[in-house]
Write a protein that binds this ligand. Structure first.
Ligand SMILES: Nc1nc2c(ncn2[C@@H]2O[C@H](COP(=O)(O)OP(=O)(O)O)[C@@H](O)[C@H]2O)c(=O)[nH]1
Ligand SMILES: [Mg+2]
Length: 390
């Protein structure tokens, strides 16, 4: 993919022009508005539009066909997912009521799945029980749901059970999250600190896109001196995508492949405040490749922070497996969640940090660079879990 810049006085016309030249499957990345004309009465708003377009050597029509096919597959999978959800919803309700109509769970459920909910949550009542049910609906692990809710409970002597000590679900959840999850907080970097942050994780989770959201914040708002190094030399078009973003932000960009070069490049960047390293996406099953990447990153420095990028689309078990595999290779400093906009069951935001005990940093809320990113904090996680988008 390639980034193309269009300039003009009418944004709609610029978009039309881009679509005319590259087809309807272009992606609009961002636009900037500036005033043009020296004299006040001649001032007009001038737009710079950045769009991602397929490169000609990737075969434009092939790519278009592929994207259309992918959309069809996505729609088909979405339908299947909804059908499955509809089918298992009554089953979940039945489980929550402590049985399955006949009082028995279906035979196809394996022994560990046969959690007798009534037994499991018999110490809770009222709002506490309601909140546990809600959390489980959002795909929070039942044991984690129970542990979190208990953090915000008091003992109800009349009922002889635990109930929430507040009448607000959000307050209860924020209080529990504050105690159980570590937060990295906003990225505040001192001038001259020479911080290095590498982004690792499987292919397609959003490492490159989100690295540039961070880069934009650091360059534009914090006025820091940034450089980007990419060791993603294997994914078609990856270097070009990163190079184009770097050009837009006007920051130096280096593509390297081996550890000696990384060391040398970092030494040459001594006067910079932050160096962001984009890495190749690797399957977490691909030990050999992960080992190779570790070797390249190993040529970095002891001050390097390694951020593991995980999509909220992943199943809980899959995400935990990814974290466990990556942490055998790298000292992971934080989990960076992406694609929250593509899930309606965000339980992963609680399950993964609690099970892995790794701090969380950011959440990506969409494809737009630079605006679709938020710093994670207890309130924000609670809002996502309770279904409020911010
Ligand atoms: N819907 C959605 N898409 C995202 C998000 N973050 C990244 N993407 C998209 O995911 C795709 C893969 O992103 P990329 O940064 O190339 O992933 P990488 O292989 O990990 O570097 C691109 O189309 C991005 O625009 C997000 O938060 N939400
Ligand atoms: Mg990438």
């Amino acid at each position: 993919m390639e980034i193309v810049k269009y300039e003009g006085y009418n944004l709609d016309e610029l978009i039309l022009q881009a679509k005319k030249e590259y087809g309807k499957n272009i992606k609009i990345i961002s636009y900037e508005v500036s005033d043009s004309g020296m004299l006040p009465f001649l001032k007009r708003k001038k737009y710079s539009l950045f769009v991602q377009v397929p490169t000609p050597d990737e075969g434009f029509f092939d790519l278009l066909a592929k994207e259309q096919k992918n959309e069809e597959i996505d729609r088909f999978l979405e339908r299947i997912e909804k059908m499955i959800d509809k089918k298992i919803e009554p089953l979940k309700e039945a489980i929550m009521k402590g049985g399955c109509g006949s009082g028995e769970l279906p035979a196809h459920m394996s022994a560990p799945d046969r959690i007798d909910m009534e037994e499991e949550f018999k110490e809770f009542t009222g709002d506490a029980l309601e909140l546990i049910k809600l959390l489980i609906k959002k795909d929070v692990d039942p044991k984690i749901a129970k542990m979190l809710v208990k953090e915000s409970c008091g003992f109800d002597i009349d009922a002889n059970k635990f109930d929430l000590n507040t009448s607000f679900f959000k307050e209860a959840l924020v209080n529990a999250i504050e105690k159980k999850i570590k937060f990295k907080g906003p990225l505040k970097i001192q001038k001259g600190s020479f911080k290095i942050i590498a982004f690792v994780g499987p292919t397609g989770v959003g490492k490159t896109t989100n690295l540039f959201k961070i880069a934009s914040e650091l360059v534009i708002n914090q006025k820091l001196k940034i450089a980007v190094i990419s060791i993603d030399t294997f994914k078609v078009g990856a270097i070009q995508q990163a190079r184009s973003f770097s050009n837009i932000l006007n920051i130096p960009f280096y593509a390297i492949t081996d550890s000696k070069n990384l060391k040398k490049t970092l030494q040459n960047l001594d006067g910079f405040d932050v160096v962001l390293i984009d890495t190749v996406g690797r399957s977490h099953y691909d030990y050999w490749r992960l080992g190779e990447m570790k070797e390249v990153l190993g040529g970095g420095s002891d001050f390097m922070e390694i951020s593991l990028v995980i999509s909220c689309n992943y199943k809980n078990s899959e995400a935990l497996e990814i974290v466990n595999r990556y942490r055998t290779f790298f000292p992971i400093s934080d989990i960076f969640f992406t694609k929250i906009d593509e899930t309606y069951k965000p339980g992963i935001l609680l399950n993964l940090p609690i099970k892995s005990d790794i701090p969380v940093s950011f959440i990506s809320t969409g494809q737009k660079v630079p605006e679709d990113i938020r710093v994670l904090n207890p309130e924000r996680i609670a809002n996502y879990i309770l279904g409020e988008r911010i």
